[in-house]
Write a protein that binds this ligand. Structure first.
Ligand code: HEC
Ligand code: HEC
Length: 391
């Protein structure tokens, strides 16, 4: 609703500006002030609101029965078809079509490189699609994906299509439904195969053991022959008939796969290994030499006296300056040598006494009863000092 109201507000005010401009020009009689006449229905989250008397209504008329709970209805075959668009690793849902690496190259340049960088190499703030080292550990996991930043200079895991994506079919699905970012679903099936071919070639992916070149053409059959480098890097394996069983097994072995399962904050004991020695982990290469250095202080630093502003000056500024900063209040202005010469002729002790007990328009202690006498004296000294002739 909020979205709709906002939309209405904007369109109404735009219409107001428009119509008044038009009326001023005397050229248009269709536009009524305050009413937005358009051909479009109002759309909010995919719902088209009905229009009444040429304008849309703010609220959707609920035509459903309010008696009992309304469970809706079974979707029609066509509705299901529109929703059921996923492309599975076994090829289910793959569209027909084909495209070559060189065609994909051209399309990629025009439609994708502005965000994903030349050749898919990233660097523009959007995901990097290609590159990365595909060297594997013995267990089949891409080595660089296990990078941890525990050593200075260690690169973060690099997730690209080549190092990370387990299935090539997902690429077709993702690009078809989500890219280019600003206008997804605008590519033809041939375009999608071509761009996918281009990206796979950039990542040195083999088709049936064969390297791709610029003339390589990708289609449904060839795509199904691709084995992605990181295909076995995900665990547990959720694919196929054993998927559910694999997941169960994985979660049942908590000690190995999830952790020992005993939470602790201090004196933590690693129950799974030798003895019951506490094995509190510490970061190996803690980075401590930073500029400025990390503070170990637990509380705020004590207030230090500003060298440029003494305690007396601060108190004067906070409590006395209002009246003594200018002659508006009839007070001797601090800095006015003559005025303070007159004051000090009474003798220092008398002046301090007057400041404490008040005199004429000078309230006792300036109105700050909680100042001690010696504090007032300190301020008076500051005032007199600041009002001496400068040599
Ligand atoms: C306007 C910028 C933009 C353009 C143009 C664009 N993309 Fe993307 N792309 C993105 C963003 C943003 C994401 C991340 C989306 C997310 O994670 O939700 C992304 C993600 C992707 C991914 C998934 C990357 C990953 O590993 O998660 C692929 C593949 C991809 N885009 C391909 C393409 C292709 C092919 C084109 C050209 C047809 C294209 N993109 C055009 C912005 C763009
Ligand atoms: C509400 C305004 C006001 C404030 C606030 C104020 N003064 Fe005054 N002060 C005056 C006026 C007015 C006089 C002149 C009094 C007179 O001679 O009739 C004066 C005079 C003085 C004198 C001269 C007294 C004398 O013997 O001639 C001193 C010293 C003084 N103030 C100190 C202070 C100090 C210290 C503070 C802050 C703690 C302070 N004043 C805050 C209005 C103020």
């Amino acid at each position: 609703m909020f979205k709709l109201d906002l939309f209405k507000l904007i369109t109404t005010s735009v219409a107001l500006v428009l119509s008044s401009t038009l009326l001023y020009g005397g050229s248009d009689t269709n536009a009524l002030p305050g009413k937005y006449i358009s051909k479009m229905g109002a759309v909010d989250g995919g719902v088209i609101y009905p229009r009444k008397d040429g304008t849309y209504t703010a609220y959707r008329y609920n035509e459903q029965s309010t008696k009992g709970v309304n469970f809706g209805r079974v979707p029609t075959a066509n509705e299901l078809k529109a929703w059921d668009v996923d492309i599975m690793p076994d090829g289910t849902g793959l569209p027909d079509g084909e495209g070559s690496v060189s065609e994909g190259d051209e399309l990629y340049e025009k439609q994708c490189s502005s965000c994903h960088g030349e050749f898919g190499a990233g660097g523009k703030g959007y995901p990097t699609l290609t590159g990365g080292n595909q060297e594997k550990l013995p267990n089949g996991v891409i080595k660089t994906l296990t990078n941890q930043r525990i050593e200075p200079g260690m690169e973060a895991p690099k997730r690209t299509i080549g190092t990370y994506w387990p299935k090539a079919t997902t690429l077709i699905w993702y690009i078809r439904d989500a890219m280019p970012y600003a206008h997804p679903k605008s590519l033809t099936n041939n375009d999608i195969y071509a761009i996918t071919a281009y990206l796979l070639k950039q990542d040195n992916i083999l088709i049936d053991g064969q390297e791709m070149d610029d003339d390589s053409v990708l289609n449904r059959e060839k795509l199904m022959k691709i084995k992605m480098p990181n295909e076995n890097g995900f665990y547990p394996n959720i694919d196929g008939p054993n998927g559910v069983e694999n997941v169960r097994k994985f979660f049942s072995d908590r000690a190995k796969n999830i952790g020992a399962g005993t939470r602790c904050m201090k004196d933590c004991k690693d129950l799974s290994s030798k003895g019951n020695e506490p094995t509190v982990m510490k970061i190996d290469n803690e980075i401590t030499d930073v500029v400025p250095p990390y503070s170990m202080a637990r509380d705020l630093p004590p207030e230090v006296e500003n060298k440029l502003e003494s305690k007396a000056e601060k108190m004067y500024n906070d409590s006395c300056k209002l009246c003594h900063g200018s002659d508006k209040m009839g007070a001797p202005v601090v800095g006015d040598v003559e005025a303070w010469n007159k004051v000090t002729q009474k003798g220092f002790d008398n002046v301090v006494h007057n400041a404490i007990d008040g005199v004429g328009g000078m309230p006792p202690k300036g109105g700050y009863e909680n100042f001690t006498n010696s504090e007032v004296q300190m301020i008076v000294e500051f005032m007199i000092d600041s009002s001496k002739k400068k040599h």
